[in-house]
Write a protein of this length. Sequence first.
Length: 255
Amino acid sequence: MTRASSSRPSRRTVGAGLGVLVGTAALVGLGPVGAASAHDYVVSSDPAQGSTLTQPLSTASITFNDVILDLSGTGSSNVLEVTDAAGLHYEDGCSTTAGPTLTTGVALGAPGAYTMTYQAVSADGHTVSDALAFTYEPADGTAAAEGAATRPTCDPSSGAPGADPSSSAGGASSDAPSADATEASPAPAAGSTSTAAASPAGDAPADGDDANIPVIIGIGVGIVGLAVIAIVVVLLTSRSRREAAAAPPEELDEP
């Protein structure tokens, strides 16, 4: 004797289908968010982390894996400091950016341990910060600069390596230009080396908005995917109940 066959989908089949839908929605919905949330990270620095310098240093720089943004338009979004063990500053205060590289002018003091501390805006619009240590051991008699108790204010007229009065956006000094300087030079200098100088400073905040677009898209796709899954679950559940109610009692085959 055999039981009458049923055309209803098994619970195992329904569960497998739901699993595929859930996995697909997760990959589609979370993929853009994961890509957009990857912050910039340091790939190299000068001086290198843990290195020992024997020659005077004129500039310090940190290079990231992607471009860094200047959302302020004045250079204050990205800062590179160089301090000794006592916390005294030896950078010139004129931090500049060029693509993925953050640079500042430096004049080191007495031999000893130093730290480069950075704060930069990633290509995804998020701020990253950390510190890199190095040691300074110059020859006897090498001139030592006097450290400052607080971070210096950039002076473009000083001729410091990091001071570039013609740069804007990605290469601006930490101080905004005066009103007279703005009227005299309404546009950036043509020879500016800053990669972000092609965009006016007023447009800089839009870069952060553009960086968040993949996140918004990912969230929207994820919501749509969850809605589709909910609809499929409701339809399959309703169908199974209707078929179960309409199915005749199981019959045994005649011998």
